[in-house]
Write a protein that binds this ligand. Structure first.
Ligand code: HEM
Length: 406
């Protein structure tokens, strides 16, 4: 069924400011009544079923390069994996493995375990009711990029400011003035990373994944910098927000689940994936159909601007039993929070290493951790999906200064 129907009352359009805060009822309605839906509000085709999203993300007839240009309303985007389609995409993605592939992850794993405990010590030292995003997710995300990029702790504050300002570029519906500021910030970020990579090279410092990527001869300088900037804009804030989004779902769980996360690394990994499924920080992937394509649930015409609505697909009752409930040991869990196909998140393995480790250490050190009494609200941004705030009550610390991670 291919439709241009309107949502019935009292459902609010998922992109209208009020609908953005809780888009799931509207997504469920679309999934049931118009799974491939031409949306008059945005002019885009919203694809909400899991099978259709998984299919379109893997289908070469949908262009990510055109999707990014349309999404950012800018055809001068810096070249990167996400602004290219195969086969050129592969030329960029292969060296990108130097930044985020298995060897890179092994090289930063030990440091990241220490960073998690440093971040948790900072949280405890903060006093009062620290915020899950500002005081936990943000320093964690910066620590992760610090390791990948070889940034000394003294650079973390500068990097955080640049990453935060450039992250505005994630939101396709940012007002034009804000989007223009975001583009300037992205350019400042690129200059900073360029200078940093040069400084590492001049010192002969080859220890970080960034240095390995910068020294690789397969890419032009602007391509290498495009990949770094994509990693920051596409990864820094989503990683930070994932911590708040995840704790929102996790903290109502009782002792048994908390203890298992703290003590069973495999369970912690399974649970982290379930948190990503429920509140995907990147709720959409943008594409343009290069020809007319029949998808499960409807046909999109050639030239259609299409959104694979990951957040809807991840709660598709045809695939997930009890889709709106946290099932900490849900297996299998074919969620699409990291996308699918050629553009599958290059950092999925990194996130799957860092997030469970953080949750395990957090619940070991603060077994009585609680969220706010009042339900927190979501920002009206479309990307990333993020809470306005999530104050934490740490409770007594059981294990103040542990040194070993899971
Ligand atoms: C929880 C955090 C994260 C989530 C949910 C996430 C999600 C995603 C998604 C959905 C895509 C596919 C976009 C598309 O197909 O249009 C993607 C691509 C990508 N992500 Fe992530 N990401 C996260 C963190 C990161 C981090 C930390 C980094 C870098 C350090 C990163 C680097 C990338 C890159 C480079 C791509 C493009 C891959 C390609 O086009 O081949 N991501 N991510």
């Amino acid at each position: 069924m291919t439709t241009a129907v309107d949502l019935p009352e009292p459902l609010v359009h998922p992109f209208a400011p009020a609908g953005r805060r809780d888009p799931y009822p509207a997504y469920r309605w679309l999934q049931t009544h118009a799974p491939v839906h031409h949306d008059r509000f945005s002019g885009m085709w919203l694809v909400t079923g899991h099978a259709a999203c998984a299919a379109l993300l893997r289908d070469a007839r949908f262009s990510a390069a055109l999707g990014q240009r349309e999404r950012a309303r800018d055809d001068r985007l810096p070249v990167s994996m996400l602004t290219t389609d195969p086969p050129d995409h592969h030329r960029l993605r292969a060296p990108g493995g130097l930044l985020l592939g298995p060897a890179a992850l092994r090289s930063v794993a030990g440091g990241l375990r220490q960073d998690v405990d440093t971040v948790l010590s900072g949280l405890a030292a903060r006093g009062g009711e620290p915020d899950a995003i500002e005081d936990l997710g943000t320093p964690l995300a910066t620590a992760v990029f610090g390791r990948l990029f070889g940034l000394p702790p003294g650079e973390h504050a500068v990097f955080t400011d640049l990453a935060r300002a450039a992250s505005v570029n994630l939101d396709p519906m940012a007002p034009p003035a804000q989007a223009a500021r975001g583009r300037l910030a992205a350019s400042a970020l690129t200059h900073y990373l360029d200078a940093h990579a040069r400084a590492l090279a001049e010192r002969g410092d080859r220890t970080s994944p960034l240095a390995a990527l910068a020294a690789d001869g397969r890419l032009e300088r602007h391509e290498m910098l495009g990949i770094l900037s994509l990693a920051v804009i596409g990864g820094w804030q989503p990683l930070a927000e994932t911590v708040g989004n995840g704790l929102l779902w996790l903290l109502p769980e009782g002792r048994a689940v908390r203890r298992r996360i703290a003590g069973d690394p495999e369970f912690a990994r399974t649970c982290a994936d379930e948190l990503l499924r429920l509140e995907a920080p990147i709720p959409f992937a943008a594409r343009v159909a290069t020809e007319s394509v029949e998808l499960p649930g409807g046909r999109v015409p050639a030239g259609a601007r299409v959104l694979a609505v990951i957040a809807a697909a991840n709660r598709d009752p045809a695939v997930f039993e009890d889709p709106d409930r946290l099932v900490p040991d849900r297996t299998p869990n074919p969620h699409l929070a990291f996308g699918a196909g050629p553009h599958f998140c290059l950092a999925a393995a990194l996130v799957r290493q860092v997030l469970p480790a953080l949750l395990a250490r957090l619940l070991t050190r603060f077994p009585d951790l609680r969220g706010p009494d009042l339900p927190p609200s979501f920002e009206p941004t479309l990307v990333p999906r993020r809470l306005t705030a999530f104050p934490l009550r740490l409770g007594p610390s059981d294990a103040p200064e542990p040194t070993e991670g899971p």
